[in-house]
Design a protein around this ligand. Structure first.
Ligand SMILES: Cc1cc2nc3c(=O)[nH]c(=O)nc-3n(C[C@H](O)[C@H](O)[C@H](O)COP(=O)(O)O)c2cc1C
Length: 284
């Protein structure tokens, strides 16, 4: 394989589309640079990680894994962490984790992704956190992160790709200091470690299905990124639900209902508490 033909695996999970947007910017830029990027959507193929794992092992430092997740309750989304856990150990491959976050806090998502990838033997070449519209605020006129990722965010993503590619061409490069991604204070970091999406589920509003309106069209099952919705005979939400509310957002009849008012208040409180800056940042 020539230096210009380096393979890039861009793997992402994206319930509402922002992380997909970042992944697509990366794909476009890698193509412009002459690399061979492939986009993999975890929501489409749950066994993806086992499938690409062998290819990554075989290609060694001729490939790089770009891995993208939304931030869910300060962590990367569970399907992404699950995917990383399924990767076989590698020797010489590199990886770049990236997250999109909704303006409350990017939490410890990047640090945890990088740490787990590093434990699998990946050399971490860089990372990025990108501000995006908060996906739980779609019903609001002025959601946190409105208008993001914007063109300035996109430029930073392109810069990250350029830096990554240049390191790949020069034979890999050095591992990034993981401590750079532990940018929360020690106390906040420790608190965030304790709280999981599983625990936060208890604070999420109950979804109701209006059986008078629901016509069992299956759109909710189709758009659920974790296949957690089944019709029995009306929508039922299973254990794998990550509370992205795609079912409610995409229901053409508006038959799935939940009151997110308290969730929005908590999100705004957290944004005001953390005041996280910079919003979008690349680590190279
Ligand atoms: C269940 C859930 C939890 C979230 N937790 C956070 C969070 O802790 N901090 C934050 O800033 N944004 C949070 N968000 C917002 C998403 O991280 C953000 O909108 C992201 O860009 C969504 O990515 P996607 O469009 O690719 O799905 C959360 C969203 C959901 C659905």
């Amino acid at each position: 394989m020539t230096a210009n033909g380096k393979k890039v695996f861009i793997v992402y999970f994206s319930a509402a589309g922002s992380t997909r947007h970042v992944a697509e910017i990366m794909e476009k830029r890698f193509k412009e640079l002459g690399a061979e990027p492939s986009l993999y959507d975890l929501t489409e193929n749950k066994d993806l990680c086992q499938t690409i794992s062998q290819q990554i092992r075989r290609l060694g430092n001729d490939c790089c894994l770009m891995m993208g997740s939304p931030v869910y309750v300060s962590h990367a989304a569970p399907p992404i962490m699950h995917c990383i856990s399924k990767l076989a150990s590698v020797d010489g491959s590199c990886a770049v984790p990236f997250v999109t976050w909704g303006g409350a806090s990017s939490g410890i998502s990047l640090f945890e992704m990088a740490r787990e990838l590093s434990r699998k033997g990946f050399t971490i070449l860089g990372a990025a956190k990108v501000l995006a519209v908060h996906s739980l605020m779609w019903q609001l006129e002025n959601p946190l992160g409105a208008g993001h990722p914007n063109s300035a965010d996109d430029k930073l993503i392109v810069q990250l790709v350029d830096e990554t590619y240049s390191k790949m061409q020069s034979g890999g490069g050095k591992d990034m200091e993981l401590s750079r991604l532990a940018y929360q204070s020690k106390e906040v970091h420790a608190e965030m470690e304790k709280v999981t999406l599983e625990m936060a589920k208890a604070l999420m509003p109950t979804r109701g299905v209006d059986e008078e309106i629901c016509n069992q069209c299956e759109v909710c099952t189709e758009f659920c990124p974790t296949d957690a919705v089944t019709l029995s005979p009306y929508p039922v939400f299973g254990e794998d639900c990550v509370y992205c509310f795609n079912c409610m957002r995409t229901c053409p009849e508006g038959a799935i209902k939940a009151d997110l008012t308290e969730v929005w208040e908590r999100i705004r409180d957290r944004a005001a508490f953390f005041k996280e800056r910079p919003h979008t940042q690349i680590f190279v």
